[in-house]
Ligand binder design. Sequence first.
Ligand SMILES: [Zn+2]
Length: 783
Amino acid sequence: MRGMLARPWRGAGWLVLSVLAGVARAGGGPREVTPNRVDYRIEATVDTTLMRLAGHEYIRFENHTDAPTSELRLHLYWNAFANNRSTHLIGSNGELRGVDIEDGWGWQRVTSLKSGDTELASTFTYEHPDDGNADDRTVLRVALPVPIEPGATAQFEVTWEAQIPRCRRRCGYQGNFLFISQWFPKLGVFEGSRGWNCHQFHSNTEFFSDYGTYDVSIDLPGKYRGKVGSSGVVDNVEPHGDRVITHCSAPALDDRMRLDASGRAPLVHDFAWTADPDYQVRHFPFSFDAWKDKFETEITTSVRAFGGEKNIRLRNVDVQLLMQPEHADQWERHGKAACAALFFYGLWFGEYPYSQVTCVDPQWGSAAGGMEYPTLFTAGTSLWTTPEMHSPEFVTVHECGHQFWYGLVGNNEFEASWLDEGFNSYTDAEVMSRRFGLRSSTTDYSHVPFFGVAPVSAPGGGVLDNFLSARNIPLPWTSFALTPVRNSGFVNLWRDQPQLAFVEEFSDARSQQRGGYLGDPDRDQIDTPAFRYVDSRSYGVNSYRRTAVVLRSLVGVVGYEPFLRGMRHYSEQWRFRHPYAQDFFDSFCEGAGVDVHWYFEDLFRGTGTVDWSIDVQQQRESERKGVFQAGPADEFVALDQKKKEETPAKSEPADEHAPADAPKPSAAKHDEDSPWKARVLVVRHGDLRLPLTIELRYDDKSTERRTWSREDQAATHWLSIEVSGKKKLVAVVIDPERTYFIDTDMSNNSWFDATDRVAPWRWTERIFERYVHVLHWQAGLGG
Ligand SMILES: [Zn+2]
């Protein structure tokens, strides 16, 4: 631990923080909970030969709850990678991102924890609050000699050592590449009378901790000089013999002085860092003014929704990019995608309050990509990628978007992963469709990119699917960047093979989310702790896609601008705080000005689904078919015969001079004057009741809308609408704005009087959908 304890702590930031601590408590809301404040000062020394890390930290903890605590609980996340008996590795069947773990284990051991001069190591115990697994060592309990009272501040000094794991999921080393996250003994969240919220590290869970500031010094071999990225900013790089010490602060010291409209100074709830001598460092500026001119419609809508331009202005941000050399030419693509997230998320949910965000392109094979940390995130790309593939754009937008849903609004990712992953999925698809169009991705076969994505994977999952579809067999002539192939006889022949079938329309990011939701729409309720979903598939569907689809469908209930106001209000009210499900529900309703608690109960705490369908019968009022009686005693007479008999008498006088075989005035001509009469039958399949709009379109181009309220739907599962008059119905459409992405079958939501060229496509889509269901069913058999 060279130079660690001897050097004085930098005091300036520390003092400022103590003053600002009171300000950071601001923020109202129906649930009067002020989060605790936890500040860290950390010094770490890394031995890159043994891949060992020696750490020393001061933790300053302010108890803002109304209860005392006589213990601490700390996360030791790296112990999840210590052996195959950890709860994490049992949950993942001994694998990390598909790799069986046989070596490269990682661990953490706290050697000392002092309160003042009192050593508390003898009180350490490992806790297993979730599953009682005695082999799991990811939660450390420390008994305190004196309780920390409400309103009191306590400080602890911790020394620990750690073995850096081989990087196979999110963190660790690979060669010279270091990605160091969840790496220091970190306090759980003390929730007052609810006790410590400090869950074990499960394979499906992410993280949860209090807001504060981080001042961190990292001692590394000299080859890492200028090649370190971290949460916040790097303040200073100090050569030290053949070593280099990098000083970082999160948030940046200047940012800590900058208060937002509510008087809050920015804070962060975690600190991650990375180092790689190969990093190519680039900077891409985000400027609000440059973006606002490109998206005038969005600006106009947001100004209207949020009551003035002053509420949508965003600060400029420096996007720092740490690129691998082989991807260095993609730095602008990463930069632009990060800016897209900063612009749209900022516009909708409030300003990104920090001066910098760092986008890390992790080393190939490190499995560190696609992960978020405060003011830093990892993306991920491939060697050959064209703009049409939207990779790395999609992952960059998603992970940068987490700065808002996770970073700024700090929900408990153990207990409500959907509050960040689902909200972020909803938003990333909205950003992608606005910035990059409705075609959002490609699928590779033999490394050749195609538009569209497979509607479903083959039973058995990735390996079998990839083998059958030849996805991973490179063709010799593909060793250069390719533009996705459009329609051609060869492509269509290849595409239409059963294993290769894919649907271009599915490439819209929002439709993809809907497809994911349909794969598993009702096994769990969304509002479930991440580690309590039935399996990882349910975790994925509920936390990400289903929540996205449910939020998008909420627009159909409340309207787009109230929806924006509800989301904005929640985002601002719970910034730098820890909301739970009910907090979101209450806050949204308050902001939107609409009470939709019923929607949240049904959709987030229920498993109901819905499919609306429509059927229309339309005819002339005078239209008659079959045999009729004039009176009870009369003969039945066929309609056409009756018409023939009646027509001359009822129309013009018979022309006696006309030849006997002259055509009689036709029945059809007579019917043209008769009014139209139609019965529109809307049927609701499933128990979910949402207010529904039905649009009737007539041949004179007029339209008329009817609504079917939730209350009326409680009485019957069907609605019959009778219309009659001169106008002929030409189309009837349920949910004309197409806002209910939750509808499990959208292909039966419209009726057209005339068939057109779209019909075969509609049928094709339905057949594909059935095909999807069959394969899902087969997958469920355990194939
Ligand atoms: Zn995510």
